[in-house]
Design a protein around this ligand. Structure first.
Ligand SMILES: C=C(O[C@@H]1C=C(C(=O)O)C=C[C@H]1O)C(=O)O
Length: 291
């Protein structure tokens, strides 16, 4: 896919598009946009489209859209939403074993998780019917789907609703994977079982002809340092918003890898080879200090 919107006129404001899920809060919550930069927010598929149409100049987008459009996009070298092992918020809720799935409901909010699910099903030689359908997992399961893919804050809440509660004796990782007849398969954990690598869900991508002003990248790095340095506060604030225990949100957040380090790139390249064979080479901006 190649898009050619006209270049930004000199002096025009630089526009950012943020997917503002809780997992990006440690970067975005304390971000102070430099002068001349504005921002809109939306779900992943909206921000993917906004970046590709030229409506915004930079966005934290689904990694798969970065890979599919690697000919026109470049990514910041040190920003990611990645995990090694479970992520807790990219979940397949199912009522029969994976091998017996017939009809799976997909969310229209996410490009990444759909592409990941397709890779994981293919690796197991499975091919259930995949359909777009919105709604809560339990409601969709009651309507005849035997699998429901959910992402983001609502997936985290629904996961906890099925497998919780956390008690002082338990940890997030010791919670069961099924309860009340519903199993939850965490797609990032499945990816880890398959590859032993992290899974990179999002990168911060921009059009190659519209790189971000250095002041914006600097502000993002400072905001991330502040957010990670005050993770308990970020978690407490978002736990209230989500209606989840603080301990759950704190574990959810500290589990993310936000710096696109070598293992995260390895996972990204491995996923790219599996999901988008023949993709253009992935390019990244200069590393901090080398700009
Ligand atoms: C892991 C998640 O990460 C997000 C998932 C995305 C997607 O599925 O396309 C895009 C951006 C990420 O921030 C999540 O929100 O559950």
């Amino acid at each position: 896919m190649t898009h050619h919107p006209s270049p930004r006129p000199p002096g025009a404001p630089y526009r950012a598009g943020w997917i503002h899920f809780t997992n990006v809060a440690p970067i975005l919550d304390s971000l102070v946009l430099p002068e001349g930069v504005s921002a809109i927010t939306g779900v992943p598929t909206q921000m993917n489209a906004a970046l590709l149409s030229g409506e915004v100049d930079i966005a934290n987008i689904s990694a798969v859209e970065f890979i599919r459009n690697a000919d026109v996009l470049e990514a910041l070298p040190d920003f990611s939403v990645a995990v090694l092992g479970p992520v807790y918020s990219v979940n397949l809720f199912h009522t029969r074993p994976l091998e017996e799935l017939r009809r799976v409901a997909l969310t229209a909010q996410s490009a990444m998780s759909v592409a990941l699910l397709e890779v994981l099903l293919r690796e197991r030689g499975l091919s259930p019917v995949l359909e777009r359908a919105e709604g809560e997992a339990e409601a969709l399961l009651a309507q005849g789907f035997d699998g429901v893919l959910r992402i983001g804050d609502s997936a985290l809440r629904e996961w906890y609703g099925v497998v919780g509660p956390l008690t002082p004796e338990t940890t997030m990782t010791s919670l069961p994977h099924s309860a009340r007849g519903i199993s939850v398969t965490d797609l990032a954990e499945e990816w880890f079982r398959l590859t032993g690598h992290p899974f990179t869900f999002a990168v911060w991508a921009y059009r190659k002809d519209r790189p971000p002003p250095p002041a914006l990248v600097q502000a993002m790095r400072e905001a991330r340092r502040d957010g990670i340095g005050h993770l308990a506060d970020v978690a407490a604030r978002h736990a209230r918003k989500l209606g989840l225990p603080e301990r759950v949100v704190q574990h959810y957040l500290w589990n993310f890898r936000y710096h696109l380090e070598a293992p995260d790139r390895l996972g990204l390249h491995e996923f790219a080879a599996k999901a988008v064979p023949g993709h253009a080479p992935l390019t990244f901006g200069p590393r901090p200090g080398q700009e």
